[in-house]
Design a protein around this ligand. Structure first.
Ligand SMILES: C[S@@+](CC[C@H](N)C(=O)[O-])C[C@H]1O[C@@H](n2cnc3c(N)ncnc32)[C@H](O)[C@@H]1O
Length: 192
């Protein structure tokens, strides 16, 4: 029997909506990701590889929580969210995660002295709302912060990857999630 969809608590929905109205281009979705999408994203991360996971644009923390359910200790998660109210929600939902209010497009400033490379990254930043040049620079910058073999997981609502493969990185589609509004695709980026 298919799993019963989790009801989104009203406060979570409202906070997300408020953020959407304040900066629609940055939030880029009508609701937080469904549990099915959050699980599909978290499934791409191997909890047995030691080290920290970088999460960009956690929103209300639905993917952060799925990462913990996947077996990644909350203390291993560094989440970067630029909306302070959403960031507070992530911190309340997953108290042991490190939540930073900052810009995922300016990781040097946002991450400061965090020098250790991450094992992987998951990104919910709505890349389709940015120029191709910005998207490309974003993927390159995130991949640069991962250990050898690490991958960046990105979801999007488009049929094709938000940034096409190039000389420096590859991209593959790892899931299509129909149980999401709108249906979403999960992409995996790796350095060549
Ligand atoms: C489509 S929502 C995804 C939220 C969550 N990951 C989910 O799956 O429900 C995009 C999120 O990225 C955040 N965001 C957008 N641009 C950002 C940036 N430059 N730096 C950090 N967070 C950003 C938004 O505030 C929002 O929380």
């Amino acid at each position: 029997m298919p799993a019963k969809p989790r009801e989104i608590p009203f406060r979570e929905e409202l906070t997300f909506l408020k953020a959407m109205i304040a900066h629609p281009k940055g939030v880029g979705a009508v609701a937080p990701s469904s549990p099915a999408l959050a699980r599909a994203i978290a499934r791409q991360i191997d909890p047995d590889i030691a080290g920290k996971v970088l999460e960009l644009g956690p929103g209300t923390g639905v993917v952060t929580e799925a990462l913990v359910e996947r077996g990644i200790e909350a203390t291993r998660i560094v989440a970067v969210e630029y909306d302070p109210e959403l960031a507070r929600m992530v911190a309340a939902r997953v108290p042991k995660a490190q939540v930073i209010v900052g810009d995922a497009f300016n990781l040097d400033a946002t991450l400061g002295t965090q020098a250790e490379p991450f094992i992987s990254a998951v990104s919910g930043v709505p890349l389709l709302n940015f120029t191709m040049r910005q998207r490309h620079a974003y993927v390159e910058d995130v991949l640069r912060r991962l250990r050898t073999g690490g991958a960046m997981v990105q979801f999007s609502y488009g049929l094709t990857p938000p940034v096409p493969a190039c000389r420096d990185f590859s991209v593959e589609r790892v899931a299509v999630i129909w149980l999401n509004l709108p249906p979403a695709r999960v992409w995996l980026y790796r350095r060549r």
